[in-house]
Design a protein around this ligand. Structure first.
Ligand code: NAD
Ligand code: GLY
Length: 370
């Protein structure tokens, strides 16, 4: 399979995303071709992914002249995306590379948790050292490895401590997805449905016409095509609004407002993609209540989410509604007490709504808690 390249054009912070199969063995050479000359590497991964792929990566790095490769593991789930683990990565960076002359290349081998936490640590160690994303989940391939948002959860709020920090290169080896659990493939499909729903009628239709099932089966041609399409969509959005200041990048947050609140309030019972699937249903409910979204959109979205084996609601255990509302009120997108929601208006189109009546927001949350 040929490697595709998508460029993220951000002036001096530009970088390519290389998408292909069986890329790990040649990754050292790729780093050199892209001007990364370090001989020390600090690889952040987790026990699950490290056991599968670290040795192959280490070998590829050694073959390209890396003389020291340090492996640092964080726990393998959202629970590991916290300040203590971030601090442990910082301590390991300083402990292993106390000398300014030995600045390492940070390599993030894992899903969105490794990428978000490790990218944050790379951004603050010595006010920033270069890093490379090697996404190993479908979700990280299509979303979190691109765009430079890196963060950890803190104080019960998702991604509240973080920075913008673009990688120097993204190497997306789709062969690594073959060891993913089916639930994690479905979780990645959720972000792909998001792109189709608010950014691309063509992608939405492709998913509806059988692309979704081929994607879930990791059929190589469909997988490469859809991953490259999503990365291009994300790159074009990020290029227009890298620092999330113009309201353009907010499109990527469709489903993430109520979804993030639910993800944290449900104590990690849901994967990120599952929470976002429910969040998209809730945001669509809100859009309909505000008269902005036709019923046909809601039906098509729900159908795709169900076909992907993703949830459209969540069991309302005691206290959950209040916890979700409390988490929502602390959402980092909200400004001066004004809530902000991304509302779908038709396939491939959206609007930002501010200061939405909280009664309607409560109804939208209730609609997905059963
Ligand atoms: P994750 O990183 O927790 O990975 C999911 C699970 O898959 C983990 O148990 C992991 O060990 C396992 N795994 C990873 N790769 C594997 C492989 N190749 N084979 C077998 N198992 C593998 O979850 P995720 O879904 O990748 O990422 C979710 C995170 O991404 C959330 O914290 C979310 O907030 C964040 N996110 C960030 C952005 C962004 O722009 N920065 C965008 C979307 C999501
Ligand atoms: N995942 C949201 C963003 O990158 O802006």
């Amino acid at each position: 399979m040929q490697t595709s390249r998508v460029d993220v054009d951000l002036g001096s912070r530009s970088y390519p995303v290389l998408i292909g199969s069986e890329l790990v063995g040649g990754v050292g050479e790729m780093l050199r071709e892209h001007g990364l000359k370090q001989t020390n590497a600090f690889v952040v991964t987790n026990p699950q992914v490290g056991a599968l792929y670290f040795l192959a990566l280490e070998k590829a790095l050694a073959a390209a002249g890396f003389t020291r490769v340090v492996r640092h593991e964080i726990p393998a789930s959202e629970e590991g995306k916290n300040w203590d683990e971030f601090s442990a990565v910082c301590a390991a960076l300083l402990g292993n590379f106390p000398d300014t002359g030995a600045v390492p290349l940070v390599i993030l081998l894992g899903g969105g948790v490794v990428g978000d936490l490790g990218g944050f640590a790379a951004g603050v160690f010595r006010r920033g050292v270069p890093f490379v994303q090697m996404p190993t989940t479908l979700l990280a391939a299509v979303d979190s490895s691109v765009g430079g948002k890196v963060a950890v959860n803190f104080g019960g709020v998702k991604n509240i401590m973080g920075i913008f920090n673009q990688p120097r290169l993204v190497v997306c080896d789709l062969a690594l997805l073959r060891t993913l659990a089916a639930r994690e493939v479905r979780s990645g499909a959720s972000e792909i449905i998001k792109y189709g729903a608010v950014c691309s009628p063509r992608l939405f239709q492709q998913l509806e016409e059988g692309g979704l099932e081929r994607l879930l089966a990791l059929e190589p041609e469909t997988l490469t095509d859809i991953v490259a399409h999503c990365v291009r969509l994300k790159a074009r959005v990020v290029e227009q609004d890298e620092f999330d200041k113009k309201g353009i990048r907010n499109v990527l947050n469709f489903g993430h407002t109520i979804g993030h609140a639910l993800e944290l309030s449900a104590d990690y019972a849901l994967t990120h993609g599952e929470a976002i699937a429910i969040g998209m249903i809730a945001a669509t409910h809100l859009a309909q209540a505000l008269g902005k979204c036709p019923a046909g959109f809601a039906v098509r979205l729900r159908d795709l989410i169900l076909r992907a084996g993703l949830p459209v609601n969540f069991a309302a255990e005691p206290g959950l509604f209040d916890r979700v509302i409390r988490a929502l009120q602390m959402d980092k997108k909200f400004r001066e007490g004004r809530n902000v929601f991304v509302l779908p208006t038709s396939v491939g189109a959206w609007e930002q709504a501010e200061n939405v009546d909280w009664t309607l927001v409560h109804e939208a949350v209730r609609a997905v808690l059963v």
